[in-house]
Write a protein that binds this ligand. Structure first.
Ligand SMILES: Nc1nc2c(ncn2[C@@H]2O[C@H](COP(=O)(O)OP(=O)(O)OP(=O)(O)O)[C@@H](O)[C@H]2O)c(=O)[nH]1
Length: 670
């Protein structure tokens, strides 16, 4: 309740500092039953102060203070409390006594218990019971205290004994303790693998209890087969994959119309992955619609809407083989409306191709005028991609100009360095996706050949380093698609982030921790018996209701379940914010393929971008380009890992109104 508040000079940022555990709750409302008179503060019963009241009711349990942030405030509060307890009312005649009581009541109705009885009485007498002067004096003093950096004691209102009279011996059914509120708000502790109450949980396979300090299930019995429990995944991986080409996922990003789909379509055609017959069909059909220039883009833009609008809307997927690699191509949409799809694709990528349009004016609008070139590059870097091939495309439109190529390289080089890419991990390749110049063969065009003898695009892809796969870690996979398969069960698809999965394995599903069984699995439509970290797979699941799985849901190893929480701390870097981030700031949290509403519920500290040192504790707001530790709270429980434990599952993006405002790494799970 806000009844007892100093309204003048109140700073709402301070007001909510450290208030996060009960954020959004009125503790007064929740904690005391209005019928339970014994527990109500009543001055007519000689309880001069709330502390006096508390003293008389020793059996009231106070909640243990668990937030170190309160120490300083606690001391101030205790001082005020002692002041009230030790205070003896002065001897006054009846008229003065009546005036004084009236003043005390009046002041209390404004400032509540934040100011000691002694101060109110002394001020009342000093100003001859003039209520306006008394209030002026007390309120000004409060404001001055605050200005001097002292937190006014009233800010403790939410944790004063009044608010803590919450575990009274005669609880009414409606009574909720502060600690209960905290429990409810906190969701699931990392140490507790207990399943949250989800409306979707059928309960059939839901485990019940257990968990060690690291949030790992210890005493929960999830029955898995002996084969699954004792499997040596690294050995299995070496056996099955050592003779095969390594796999890599490459996302193609860039501003809308930079030529990404055309480039990939042409590359697929030139590498023999698209038949001449199919290409001829695309050519004829696109010609009929007057969109012949999109014929290569149609290889990946398969839907009618994408073709009619001439833009990519969802991530198109295909694959090519180089001498040493199998490369999964993820063609991302460039339009800003489809950035969520692009993020979902980028979470699956190992490396990226950034395509820019060399046409005069086009590069500038994609790069300098709020286009997606910058945003895409920052996003993929924030999502863990560190190798980048920059394709300077449509060079045919500028007569294969070396100067234009170098101008763009120069501009991008410094930006990409700032975005966190190492110079040695970035390459620049001149191309034309439409004419096919420098895609799979060295430069043929005289205008280009005259000054360029570097690698063609396929060479660049061939030389990407294959990231190490976390094969011998517990199994984790984020669901990117769900569909009804043939036969019993249903199918999910996604990329295995860590570990391995075999047919007949038991897995747990999302925050409900329901158990399911792998009926079959396939990679690129080929049935397999096992799959490993880095593989993009389709799985038929049995033993679980299809309605209990959603896109973004994590499927994981029952022996080492993933932490489930509604609240966690992140280290974020803020990009573009029109309104500074404050406590209560609503965001859309992107975690792998999951998009979930969340709220910034605590600004723990501003930190130095490169050293990570704390610059300011509890900042009031976060502006553009700042770096900070913040706490986020989601409305529903989600599966998440700390970045230090599983970097694949410890990254998040924050978006507001279609704009990416921050990227973060999970540092603590509450
Ligand atoms: N002149 C020229 N035009 C090109 C080249 N590459 C693509 N285009 C044209 O640019 C237009 C857009 O090409 P897309 O491949 O659809 O571009 P995109 O980047 O995939 O577009 P979104 O996915 O919607 O962002 C089409 O008209 C293409 O024909 C090129 O190298 N030279």
């Amino acid at each position: 309740m806000s009844r007892h508040r100093i309204v003048r000079g109140m700073d709402y940022n301070d007001e909510y500092d450290g208030y996060d555990d009960v954020y959004g709750h009125s503790v007064d409302d929740d904690c005391v039953s209005p019928t339970d008179q014994q527990w109500l503060f009543d001055r007519t019963r000689g309880q001069h102060s709330m502390s006096a009241f508390i003293k008389k009711n020793k059996n009231i349990q106070e909640e243990a203070e668990d937030d170190e942030d309160y120490d300083e405030e606690d001391e101030e509060y205790q001082k005020a409390r002692r002041d009230s307890e030790n205070f003896q009312m002065p001897e006054l005649d009846d008229t003065a006594q009546a005036k004084l009581s009236s003043c005390v009541d009046e002041v209390r109705s404004v400032v509540g218990d934040a100011v000691s009885e002694r101060r109110i009485v002394e001020t009342s007498m000093r100003f001859d019971y003039d209520i306006h002067k008394i209030l002026d004096e007390i309120l000004n003093e409060e404001t001055n205290n605050k200005d001097k950096g002292k937190r006014p004691p009233m800010l403790k209102l939410n944790t004063t004994p009044a608010a803590k009279t919450i575990t009274a011996p005669k609880p009414t059914p409606t009574k909720i303790t502060l600690s209960t509120v905290k429990e409810a708000r906190r969701g699931f502790d990392i140490a507790s693998p207990k399943a949250p109450a989800s409306p979707n949980v059928s309960g059939r396979n839901t485990p019940t209890e257990g968990g060690d300090e690291a949030g790992r299930c210890t005493n929960v019995i999830f029955k898995v087969s002996k084969d699954q429990a004792q499997r040596n995944t690294q050995q299995l991986y070496d056996q099955e994959r050592s003779s095969q080409k390594s796999q890599i996922h490459m996302i193609v990003i860039g501003h809308v119309d930079a030529g990404k789909s055309t480039l990939m379509g042409h590359l697929l055609y030139d590498t023999g992955n698209v038949s001449q017959r199919l290409m001829h069909k695309h050519e004829q059909e696109s010609k009929k619609l007057g969109k012949q220039s999109f014929m290569y883009a149609w290889v990946l833009d398969e839907t009618g809407e994408e073709r009619a609008r001439g833009i990519t809307m969802d991530v198109g997927q295909s694959r090519i083989e180089t001498k040493t690699k199998i490369v999964t191509l993820l063609d991302a949409p460039g339009h800003k409306d489809f950035i969520p799809n692009m993020i979902s694709g980028a979470t699956q990528a190992d490396v990226a191709l950034l395509v820019v349009d060399a046409t005069r004016g086009e590069f500038e609008s994609g790069f300098e005028l709020g286009g997606q070139t910058r945003e895409h590059a920052i996003l993929v870097r924030s999502l863990g991609v560190n190798q980048l091939g920059v394709v300077i495309n449509k060079l045919d439109t500028v007569g294969w100009s070396k100067e234009r190529f170098l101008e763009i390289v120069h501009k991008l080089k410094s930006f990409l360095k700032q975005a966190g890419f190492k110079e040695s991990d970035v390459s620049f390749t001149p191309c034309s996706g439409l004419t096919g110049e420098n895609l799979t063969k060295s430069a043929q065009e005289p205008g280009l050949k005259a000054w360029y003898d570097g690698p063609h695009l396929l060479d660049v892809i061939e030389h990407f380093k294959v990231p190490e796969r976390a094969v011998n870690r517990p199994f984790r996979m984020s669901v990117t698609d769900i569909y009804k398969g043939t036969g019993s069960g249903f199918c999910i698809s996604g990329r295995i982030e860590t570990g391995a999965l075999c047919v007949n394995d038991k897995v747990l599903v999302g925050a409900s921790r329901e158990q399911a069984q792998v009926k079959s699995l396939s990679i690129d439509d080929l049935t397999q018996t096992s799959a490993f970290a880095g593989d993009q797979i389709s799985v038929t699941l049995g033993g679980v209701d299809m309605n209990n799985i959603t896109v973004g849901c994590i499927i994981y190893d029952p022996q080492v379940p993933i932490p489930i929480t509604t609240r966690f701390q992140c280290r974020i870097i803020v990009f573009n914010v029109k309104v500074p981030i404050t406590i209560g700031y609503p965001v859309l949290l992107h975690h792998q393929s999951l998009i979930e509403p969340a709220v910034v519920c605590k600004l723990t500290a501003s930190i130095h971008k490169s050293t990570g040192e704390v610059v300011k504790k509890k900042p009031r707001c976060l502006g553009q380009n700042s770096c900070a530790l913040v706490e986020l709270e989601t409305s529903r429980a989600i599966c998440i890992e700390r970045y230090s434990d599983y970097k694949e599952l410890g990254r998040v993006m924050l978006r507001v109104a279609g704009v990416t405002i921050a990227a973060g790494m999970v540092t603590k799970i509450r």
